[in-house]
Design a protein around this ligand. Sequence first.
Ligand code: MN
Length: 747
Amino acid sequence: MPVGVAINQEELKDVRAKFDELLKLMEFRLQDEDKANIEKAYEMAIEAHKFQRRKSGEPYIFHPIEVARICFQEIGLGPTAVICALLHDVVEDTPVSLNEILELFGPKVSIIVDGLTKLDGTYNIDTNDSPQAENFKKVLSTLVVDVRVVLIKMADRLHNLRTISAQPKHKQLKIAAETDFIYTPLAHRLGLYNIKTEFQDICLKITEPEVFQELSNKLSESDQARNEYIEQFISPLKAELTQLGAPFRVLGRCKAISSIYTKIKQSKVNFEEIYDIFAVRIIIDVPVEKEKSFCWQIYSIITDVYKPIPERLKDWITTPKGNGYESLHTTVIGPKGKYVEVQIRTERMDEIAEKGFAAHWKYKGIKKQENVYDNWLDNIREILDTKHTNALDFINDFKTNLFSEEVYVFTPKGDMRIIPKGATALDFAFEIHTDVGYHATAIKVNNKLVPMGYKLNNGDQVQVVTNKNQKPTEDWLKMVVTGKAKSKIRSAMKEERRKVGEYGKEALERKFKNLKLDFEDNVDIVTKQLGFKSRIDLFYGLSMDEVKMSDIKNYTIENGKIVFKKEEEDQLNKEAPIAEELRKIQRPAKANRSNILVNGEPADIYKYSLASCCNPVQGDDIFAYLTATAGLKIHRTNCSNAVQLLANYGYRVLKADWEDSVNSSFVVELLVTGIDSGPGVIQSLSNELSNKLGINIKSFSIEGKEGYFEGRIGIIVLNKDQLNMVVQSLEKMEGISSVVRTDRTFK
Ligand code: MN
């Protein structure tokens, strides 16, 4: 913050006038004590900022006063927020300390001001995470402390955007990008529709100035014609609406320029072809208990005159949006055959729609969905608590879970659940309860079995069938989108890995016992030496033969601790032996060439085989791994062992490709689940496979579980395309809920 010329008497008068305007606005809500505190905050802010000026040259204090006004008038916040808004830049930019604020205004104000100060802090450039993601996390952590922090921050951002023309262009672009990334979606999620729209419009004006200008010209050119049309639309309705006996207003609301632009881009139409450039909004003032019936009466008045388009009816009154939005929307065919969207709502609903969160709290307690924000904040906490390996995962989880539109689905008992758009049947199972997710064997939507990865739609009724023997597998991760389901599946997989690792752990314990080594003292040394990230990974690796006991070599024992010879081992194990070992597994090439190339050469000049952990087929992405004793193994790059191998034994990995011209066949296993329709299942599956698709079945096992079955079918395919075709055909069969290629052939 540059230090400038101190504020002068003339300017002080303007500032005071501005502040008095704010007080006047708030008058009706202020107790004497609030008034005194706001006055104190004003005094403190004016003193603290007296040498500061904004880019435009005006005294800085105008900014906090304006932010306070936005908080009160445009967001609907109360006196505490106004005090915090006045002080929001004080700790950051001036000698005033947080302690002084605590002493003068108490803990509530100081916590919020502290949150606002932290939000403004500079990025931590030492982290590997993207600064944007870091900042985003920061915003969210303050949000769960006191949601007012974020609301005041919105007001701050809004004022900065409204006055952005004073900034140089490159700064404008940076601010626009950040607004787009963080603040616009948050404003949407908090139900601050007006602010969200203004954010988008200002950002568009910065990033695409010509487009913005053109569209805004077109809008004002068509202004008069539009107003006339709206008048024409309403006039036949007026008498009936008046007869309802409640005060009402009718507005013609124009779409924001940014959303017109989005529409033009998305549906590739031009300005003139957009039929819903404006919407007619009818707002009626009735007591809460009469809201619903009045709104539907208005709906009926309109549709008596104009023909409605049934599929465009949206009842956000019976089922409000997750951010609290309530309204009844319909589209009708108006005069001259034009489509007109009509929004029907009450004054209360309108205030919530315009101001969002804060207005919502004002009416708290009168609607059943009063806890939407509580739920939302709980969700944020949950995501913040989940350990994310990187910032991008975090952002992805966040965006799918909290910013996307919702879908409303129902349990068999008719309870409504709100899930993110795009969420699957399996996500729903985890939404109901973690255990239901873990043990889900089949899912029915509207009484029909669906694949676990089925994307749910509005109004779906979902029933999950569970079996206690069921457990999550790696494949499940591909069938869910919500952060909750993903993290639950991941932790179950980890648990599974731990169980498999028990065998490896015991073997290592025996080895240590023979060497008279203490287990706890040495296990981490060995883990590190063999290149594993954790003990669990080491035990798992030992169980799965990724590494062998004999790989623990070239060590001495000193004072009860195992010590590896470092340098020599590297020399010995890395470059030289690879060529040496490759030579050892060489064999005379056969006449018919191999269908795999290793380092560009036919693989059959070596001893090689397809890895049984992932059963690659022609068309999969693959690599070759030089094992200690079994020659080359060809793995899929998405094999669950691949990460481990690539990370720890990168030097033993060779490039492998498929040779298209050579035909071959591959065994894969499919896990098929569905309704148990008795012995007929085996019949119809084998009929589909052998007779219809001409596929050879190699193995077939099937197990019935409480009305459902799980079948494992080994089949022989030529390549990945054929495999995909088989999976798709089976999925379409009556009674089949999911078909998944397994990683491991059933033993
Ligand atoms: Mn500010």
